[in-house]
Write a protein that binds this ligand. Structure first.
Ligand code: HSE
Length: 397
């Protein structure tokens, strides 16, 4: 099997490395040798062992009948979409790690692949090296999946862990995550939560079989989390985790990405560093947890290459994926319910006038008051908190 890799960055070079490290095992499992014939990139790589395979025009790959599988690790929607579409239409199978592409164009590309009797697979687009797309698509098909919630971004989990354990500075720890190859090219997508937002949109689309638009999901990142919040978290026996969640409610879904204060006893509290943890609840399965390396060169490349192996084994069979372009209207997040941890400069009397009875939290922080609320809708919380001087608020998990 001759393949092409589009994008020779962190993940693309990881794919080449995984194919080299585990060459024989991969050949045995796939049933034939897998060889990289082309690498598409804008750059040249003088001195790189793959230098002679570099091409700059995607049409060379489209027009080569020897290429059966194409790996897309370029990132971004365009030109990745144009290239991937052309590959599928030319009868080539495509494996991608690109969640931006999958979240925006997944349903359409799945349909094009089916029309042409090939496969479009995207295991690496969610959870890095953790299998979660294939389990949802192939293993948990007897269930109505009622809830998925998890830590879906390795960079921010790494940052929050370092900020909690070492009191590390936000910028320094972000730089460290970038150097380790965890972060997106533009890390805004990580720290503002856009990356896990796309990932929960992909998982919810797979669960409901319709298009969930990530733009419809309420999304907060970790940019507002301060060392003082972490000090309070410790005083409460909790940790701050950026959660992406999706819950079935009636015929629709309630989705959200936001930092939560989880009790230390919560299973996702033990998910630290770059690890991701994904909790799934099915109506007949009950609970399942998926845990492992959520970002980084080789773990992500491992998932891409596993897709390649699967595609070698299904060269003339389209593996059905239930994700249609029809839009799923999500429930307005303002109707979802949470309890909140609140920091304010207002007096207790004003707090109680707005919220009624609350539980105050002591963490030795001067000049402010902190408390937790009862469970209420987001809308109610907005109305009540508008009556006090808010410093910060974090939802309780
Ligand atoms: N930037 C992403 C993360 C990479 O940190 O999780 C894996 O999708």
């Amino acid at each position: 099997m001759k393949i092409a890799v589009m994008g020779y960055g962190t993940i693309g070079s990881g794919v080449v490395e995984v194919l080299r490290i585990n060459h024989e095992k991969i050949a045995r499992r796939a049933g034939e040798e897998v060889e990289v014939k082309y690498i598409l990139d804008l750059r040249d790589f003088p001195g790189d062992p793959m230098e002679d395979k570099i091409v700059h025009d995607y049409k060379i790959i489209v027009e080569d009948p020897e290429i059966g599988i194409v790996v897309e690790t370029m990132g971004g929607v365009e030109p990745a979409y144009t290239f991937v579409k052309a590959m599928l239409e030319a009868g080539k199978q495509v494996a991608t790690s690109n969640k931006n592409l999958v979240a925006a164009k997944g349903a359409g590309l799945i349909a094009i692949a089916r029309e042409h009797g090939v496969n479009f697979q995207f295991e690496a687009s969610v959870g890095g090296g953790i299998p979660i797309i294939r389990p949802l698509n192939k293993c948990l098909t007897a269930d109505e999946i009622e809830e998925i919630s998890g830590i879906l971004n390795g960079t921010t989990n790494y940052m929050l862990t370092k900020m909690t354990d070492e009191g590390a500075d936000f910028d320094a720890v972000l730089k460290d995550a970038q150097e380790k190859g965890y972060a997106e090219k533009d890390p805004t997508a990580d720290i503002k939560g856009y990356d896990p937002c796309r990932k929960i949109a992909i998982l919810t689309s797979l669960v409901c079989g319709k298009q969930v638009d990530f733009e419809d999901i309420y999304c907060e990142g970790i940019t507002e989390i301060t060392p003082t919040d972490i000090q309070y978290a410790k005083a409460m026996g909790r940790s701050v985790k950026l959660l992406a969640s999706s819950r079935k409610e009636g015929d629709s879904y309630s989705c959200m990405v936001a930092p939560f204060l989880l009790p230390d006893s919560h299973p996702l509290c033990g998910v630290n560093d770059v690890f991701n943890g994904i909790f799934v609840h099915g109506n007949v399965l009950g609970d399942a947890m998926f845990y492992g390396s959520g970002a980084g060169k080789l773990p992500t490349a491992s998932a891409v290459v596993a897709d390649v192996v699967d595609m070698v084994k299904h060269q003339h069979t389209n593996i059905y994926i239930d994700w249609k372009p029809e839009k799923m209207e999500l429930i307005d997040y303002k109707e979802s319910t949470n309890a909140f941890f609140v920091r304010t400069s207002s007096k207790k009397q004003d707090i109680e006038n707005a919220f009624g009875a609350v539980s105050y939290i002591e963490a030795g922080v001067a000049g402010e008051t902190a408390f937790t609320t009862e469970i209420m809708t987001e809308k109610e919380f907005e109305e009540k908190s508008a009556q006090i001087e808010l410093i910060n608020r974090i939802r309780l998990g």
